[in-house]
Design a protein around this ligand. Structure first.
Ligand SMILES: [Ca+2]
Length: 209
């Protein structure tokens, strides 16, 4: 009898402790890439608001839900969420992206934010695309970005030098062509004058005969 009781207790505990692991949230595969959903209740229930890479909500206390066509107050009311592939979001304790931050939250089910002490706390949200990393910038990100910007600036300077060189070369060619043309005209004029002088001399000789 004792054994049976023990088995029942163990079985009961197994069920009890397995519940939080098992999520009632919809299959993550049903969340389109680059999108997410926040919910009012645990296990992805209650009111829901869609997120995507353009989602920037500075104050959840006055959020205009375009889909619903009205403003809602969901500040400190988010209890569960789902983040699809290709999306990252930062969830802030305070409005205007201040206070403690939960993030970057990426691909996954978050059926109960109470587990990490974040239920009914989130007041502002900033999402971005997983690949572009437009959100918070880590030191490494900043280092890489600054390196990239320096490279681009150098390349731009290089290109400008190339352009200047090419421009100077073209100007030299133009000058050369103009000089050659001027010399040709000068030669022609001088030849004409020479021939004219000879012609006059011949004329005079003939006249004087
Ligand atoms: Ca808050």
């Amino acid at each position: 009898m004792k054994k049976v009781m023990l088995s029942v207790v163990v079985l009961g505990m197994m069920i009890l402790f397995s519940v939080p692991v098992w999520s009632a949230c919809p299959d993550l595969g049903t969340i389109p890439n680059g999108t997410g959903v926040i919910y009012g209740d645990t296990n992805c229930r209650g009111w829901r608001i869609a997120l995507d890479a353009d989602t920037k909500i500075p104050d959840l206390g006055n959020f205009y839900d375009r889909k619903a066509g009205r403003s809602v107050n969901v500040k400190d009311k988010i209890t569960s969420m789902q983040i699809g592939r290709g999306l990252k979001c930062d969830f802030y304790d305070d409005t205007h992206y201040r206070g403690n931050v939960l993030g970057p939250a990426e691909y996954g089910n978050y059926p109960d934010l109470a587990r990490n002490g974040w239920d009914n706390k989130i007041s502002s949200i900033k999402c971005y695309s997983d690949s572009s990393n437009r959100g918070r910038e880590t030191d490494r990100d900043r280092h890489n970005r600054e390196g990239l910007e320096r490279d681009n600036a150098n390349r731009e300077r290089e290109t400008q030098r190339d352009r200047d060189d090419r421009e100077r070369e073209m100007q030299r060619d133009r000058d050369d062509r103009e000089r050659i043309e001027r010399e040709r005209l000068e030669r022609e004029r001088s030849d004409r004058e020479h021939n004219q002088t000879i012609g006059e001399k011949i004329d005079n000789l003939l006249k004087n005969k």
